[in-house]
Design a protein around this ligand. Structure first.
Ligand SMILES: CC(C)(COP(=O)(O)OP(=O)(O)OC[C@H]1O[C@@H](n2cnc3c(N)ncnc32)[C@H](O)[C@@H]1OP(=O)(O)O)[C@@H](O)C(=O)NCCC(=O)NCCS
Length: 158
């Protein structure tokens, strides 16, 4: 499958018939559809308090162009949320509708996000995957992401 990228327009074919295009997430119009997709994506995508409309709106004040959706036939079939803090990139909530998996949609979303991060001057990006999420591990390792032997620390601040 060949995908093309022209500036901000990413598009390609999946299942030989559906045209897939990548665009920025639009708030609030896309919120319910994307939240629904996340909720049905499986255990690898944890939906939490940072996914409320208020928190998503807050996130979009910073990186509105790094939250991407994939569309086919007028339906959102995948999404990914990126961030850039001026030093490193971060990837959250990559998810593709079950019916469209293994058709290159996840790869297309990640290629588009990686290009957006590159254009902002980002030299390296991180992402988090739970140890039991074998499909995501295989997905990322098949597209150049390397596992880092580090502990991830977290602290609740709010
Ligand atoms: C991970 C996910 C986003 C992949 O999306 P996708 O559109 O199916 O992935 P692609 O079709 O672009 O896959 C590209 C390559 O990744 C690898 N890959 C993807 N899914 C795989 C799986 N289930 N098992 C093994 N390899 C896989 C393959 O090498 C694949 O190429 P191929 O189909 O030509 O063999 C999707 O499975 C998903 O939404 N999972 C649930 C949510 C989740 O866990 N997200 C990650 C959070 S960290």
């Amino acid at each position: 499958m060949a995908f093309t990228a022209h500036g901000d327009n990413w598009s390609g074919m999946t299942t030989n018939k559906d045209q897939v295009s990548i665009r920025s997430f639009v708030f609030p119009d896309d919120y319910a559809e994307v939240y629904d997709l996340w909720s049905r994506a499986g255990a690898g995508l944890h939906v939490g308090r940072s996914d409320s409309p208020e928190e998503i709106f807050k996130k979009l004040q910073r990186d509105p162009d790094l939250f991407l959706v994939a569309e086919a036939n007028g339906q959102i079939i995948g999404s990914v949320m990126g961030g850039f803090d001026g030093r490193r990139g971060i990837v959250y909530h990559l998810g593709v509708e079950f019916a469209y998996r293994r058709n290159g949609v996840g790869r297309l979303l990640m290629e588009a996000l990686e290009q957006c991060l590159r254009e902002k001057g980002c030299l390296k990006s991180y992402l988090l995957v739970t140890k039991d999420n074998l499909e995501a591990i295989q997905f990322y390792e098949s597209s150049g992401w390397e596992r880092m032997e580090l502990y991830i620390y977290g602290k609740e601040l709010g």
